[in-house]
Design a protein around this ligand. Structure first.
Ligand code: ASP
Length: 430
């Protein structure tokens, strides 16, 4: 974005918008660390600037979940839900669930904790864990309006998904009136989702300042020990990403699909690398499609499953959410989740991946929702907000790895489904 005045001259602040957001947030993180360490308590007046950022993020959370999930679910046409569709979706959801479990495992093993203090309150510290049956039952709302107002995440996700599926059925109805109603609803929620994306883009222009303020407060009150914790978060995420590739993708290709791993990665690596540098599953889509084509997957399978995967299948994001949720719990509560809470994270993060757009940084927004579901809401002035800001500061790095994994996951599932349906062109594997 370049800001110019009517005479075509750049405004004095246009350098800010010209500079890559990634670098700006990183600069915000580094500046926050320095300011916090140098000025200590004297800088605490800065905290409302961080709270402003948190409030802006919270503001868009509910509308974004509702609109993106409804659009995501209603984009799968019932006709495509045949043999291929069901298999692809089941694969996508199962691999995402395994990915969250790997993330939680990595978080538990690496134990990243910044032991944060100095915030007004650690919300949810005393929250009593519900039983698994209560968690599952609570997913089904008795009042839709109430769950939206109370921000009861799992129930909102559940409602959005069935609503979206309902819309997808209307859209293919033979009754003109119903079809029109379905299309109108689709366009309506798609419009809301697009507006939300625009608003996020706007809010993210403020992110460098928000991160600076939040991180400065964290370092002013906690000192330099926090840096080590961030290094451990990064190590835990990347170990999780690597494990998922080795165990899930290689295992699926070799043992379930009975295909050569080496041959698979010869083509998959282009999509992997492109995703790593662009941090966008959607942006990588043309490269992923070409890879699928080179791997002998028929076009009618990959042209459905890959765009769907770029929207609803996010294994890397799921791992990242597992690790970060544990980091935030350990840094704020001082102890890890109960098994029931971990179960809730698996369900929320798997479902949240459906609503995560394949664009840079989207996973960090969805992390808000996962945190909310286990009693760690990011609220202004809370210790959770400080921990979240730390994660946001290194998000670009974590996003590179998770996007590469998201894309590889789409390609692996697509290849396996084609192989299992005997539709893959094996002459391309010689
Ligand atoms: N950047 C990721 C993707 O495009 C989404 C995320 O932020 O997790 O797949």
């Amino acid at each position: 974005m370049t800001i110019q005045n009517t005479a075509g001259k750049k405004k004095w602040y246009s350098w800010y918008f010209d500079c890559n957001l990634l670098y700006r947030i990183l600069i915000g993180l580094v500046a926050g660390i320095i300011v916090g360490l140098v000025f200590k308590e004297k800088i605490l007046w800065i905290s409302p600037f961080g709270d402003l950022f948190v409030r802006l993020l919270k503001m868009i959370m509910m509308p974004i979940i509702l609109s993106t999930l409804i659009v995501g679910a209603s984009s799968v046409s019932p006709a495509n839900l045949g043999k291929v569709g069901i298999r692809v979706i089941v694969f996508y959801l199962l691999t995402s669930a395994v990915a969250v479990i790997i993330g939680l495992l990595m978080g538990t093993i690496f134990h990243p904790s910044a032991e944060l203090t100095g915030f007004a309150d650690a919300v949810g510290r005393e929250a009593k864990a519900p039983t698994p049956a209560q968690t599952l039952l609570a997913m089904i709302p008795t009042s839709v309006a109430q769950v939206i107002v109370n921000e009861t995440i799992l129930a909102v996700i559940f409602f959005a998904l069935i609503f979206g599926i309902g819309v997808s059925y209307l859209r293919v109805s033979s009754d003109e009136r119903l079809k029109k109603a379905g299309d109108t609803l689709y366009v309506f929620f798609d419009g809301i989702a697009e507006v939300m994306m625009l608003i996020i883009k706007g809010i993210m222009q403020y992110a460098p300042f928000g991160v600076l303020a939040l991180v400065a407060v964290v370092f002013a009150t906690n000192g330099p020990k926090v840096m080590g914790a961030l290094a451990v978060v990064t190590a835990a995420c990347f170990t999780g990403y690597t494990l998922h590739i080795l165990v899930v993708y290689c295992g699926m290709v070799k043992f379930y699909g009975r295909l050569s791993i080496r041959r698979y990665f010869r083509d998959a690596k282009d999509a992997f690398i492109t995703a790593f540098v662009t941090r966008s599953s959607n942006g990588t889509l043309p490269v992923t499609m070409e890879a699928a084509d080179n791997l002998g997957v028929p076009k009618d399978i990959y042209s459905f499953s890959l765009p769907l995967g770029a929207t609803i299948n996010m294994d890397g994001t799921a791992i990242y959410q597992g690790v970060c949720a544990i980091f935030i719990a350990l840094s704020t509560w001082g102890y890890n989740f109960s098994l029931t809470q971990m179960g809730t994270i698996v369900i929320t993060a798997t479902l949240a991946s459906i609503g995560t757009a394949g664009v840079p940084g989207a996973g960090a927004i969805m992390l808000l929702l996962v945190l909310d579901s286990v009693g760690l809401p990011v609220t202004a002035g809370s210790v959770v907000a400080g921990a979240y800001a730390l994660i946001l500061g290194i998000d670009a790095l974590l996003d590179m790895g998770r996007t590469a994994l998201n894309v590889t996951g789409d390609l692996s599932c697509t290849t396996i489904v084609a192989k299992k349906l005997n539709q893959i062109d094996l002459s391309k594997w010689k």
